[in-house]
Design a protein around this ligand. Structure first.
Ligand code: F6R
Length: 256
């Protein structure tokens, strides 16, 4: 089962996630981190920055990238990762990868990204957010639970949710390259964060609902090492919240 931490707010969640990252980097300075974009991981990056760790040896692989934005677009995930992760945290730019940024054709980009991840021995710790459709990465409902990095079509719900980053909703691309659910499951540890009432249904379905391609986030139930960190609002529809709190408060020193 996943460990579920229900914390006060995004800041507390970021501290907890940063602690997990710090632990991995302490044991392996060239650790491979899986990087999410969007609003959710921002408090994690802030907390990590506060720790002042040397992250120059860390390798990074973004979960996903829009298809169809002009090169250098400020909302491309390449630009977002550079601005929000690489520069503030002092990662080495050449060690951080985003799907489709290897200069090759779009055709085959997924396979090449998979090969690049495999070449560094896989992802040690994957940071995840979750969309209101239940997507992780950009694996929208219907994604195969064993899918690999590939092109996907975004739902209109996700395009609307991400319109806040663009000047107008129609500028949000319809397509993306995303790590697959099978790719995400290959990471050695998953840390999924979610904040706010709008994520409550997706969190409950992912953690407690049936395992289903219709709820891509539910694939985390197949992973042996998952930490789900939610604020009170995002955790408000969890049926077993009392037990999760009890288990978290009584975790043993070697757990999590
Ligand atoms: C982003 C990603 C998505 C987001 C999700 C939540 O790289 O893979 O799954 O994590 O759309 O987005 P926010 O955090 O903006 O609510």
């Amino acid at each position: 089962m996943a460990e579920i931490a229900i914390v006060a707010d995004a800041e507390a969640a970021g501290e907890l996630a940063a602690q997990q990252i710090a632990r991995v980097v302490a044991s392996r300075p060239d650790a491979v981190l899986g990087l999410a974009t969007g609003s959710t991981p921002l408090s994690t990056w802030a907390a990590l920055k506060g720790r002042g760790l040397d992250l120059t040896g860390v390798r990074g692989f973004a979960l996903d990238e829009y298809v169809g934005l002009p090169d250098g677009h400020p909302e491309s995930y390449r630009a977002v990762i550079t601005r929000e992760v690489v520069e503030p945290l002092g990662l080495t730019p050449s060690l951080v990868h985003v799907p489709g940024d290897d200069g090759g054709p779009l055709d085959g980009a997924g396979e090449r990204y998979e090969a690049a991840i495999a070449a560094v021995g896989g992802v040690d710790l994957q940071i995840l957010g979750i969309g209101r459709t239940g997507h992780i990465g950009f694996n929208e409902p219907g994604s195969s639970l064993t899918s690999r990095t590939r092109i996907k079509t975004l739902t209109e719900q996700t395009r609307a949710d991400n319109a806040r980053f663009f000047d107008s909703p129609d500028q949000v691309p319809r397509h993306c390259l995303t790590q697959g659910l099978g790719t995400i499951l290959d990471a050695r540890q998953l840390v999924l964060l979610a904040f706010g009432e709008g994520k409550a249904a997706a969190v409950a379905a992912a953690v407690e609902g049936p395992l289903s391609a219709s709820m891509p986030g539910s694939v985390i139930q197949l992973h042996p090492r998952v930490l789900v960190i939610v604020d009170e609002a995002a955790g408000s529809q969890l049926r077993h919240a009392d037990y999760y709190r009890f288990a978290w408060d009584n975790r043993l020193p070697f757990e999590v």
